[in-house]
Design a binder for this molecule. Sequence first.
Ligand code: DX5
Ligand code: ZN
Length: 217
Amino acid sequence: MAVQINPSILSADFARLAEEAKAVEGADWLHVDVMDNHFVPNLTLGVPVVESLARATDTPLDCHLMIEDADRWAPQYVEAGAGSVTFHAEAAAAPVRLAREIRAKGARASMALKPATPIEPYEDLLPELDMLLIMTVEPGFGGQSFLDIMLPKIRRTRELINKHGLELWLQVDGGVSASTIERCAEAGADVFVAGSAVYGAADPAQAVRALRTQAET
Ligand code: DX5
Ligand code: ZN
């Protein structure tokens, strides 16, 4: 299971996004948090910024859409240049159709679950996805504390992935740091989003390397 580290630009300087993307070269993906002030109580960026960012960096973009009406908007993020598009289960009316549309347009299709949303109702949907994201904080803000209570859900999801013999990646997002990443890896996650733990560090690229080493052991 190859470990991937995806720095979240939510914790970067939004006036210097191209430089901030370059500061984490060596990361697997750049995690881009799109918030609409409806699905979550915060507002970040949208399609035009993703388009510009896709041109400004060679690191592929992992767009995490914390927006309502995902069915309508998610395909536009593929067109904007995202290599992976994550919609929330709670915000998609037709998740199977949406995952198929994202894949047909050429990106990896991913679905996220808020902390209170269980995985079990989505078991049959897993083959339609390239990645499942388990939120380990309430979505909306960086710098929150990791919810330990999510570890059994990560473990359960890994069991379901293995049971069905699927290749899909299991991402965790929220409060992932040097002090929590090993627990996530042990529970079965293989893609780690880290915002404040990377951009809050004196050397973000070194923070990415250190997190990777920790997750691999
Ligand atoms: C939270 C976002 C996260 C956030 C993580 O809603 O989805 O991607 O940037 O930030 P940290 O790593 O600081 O918890
Ligand atoms: Zn995120």
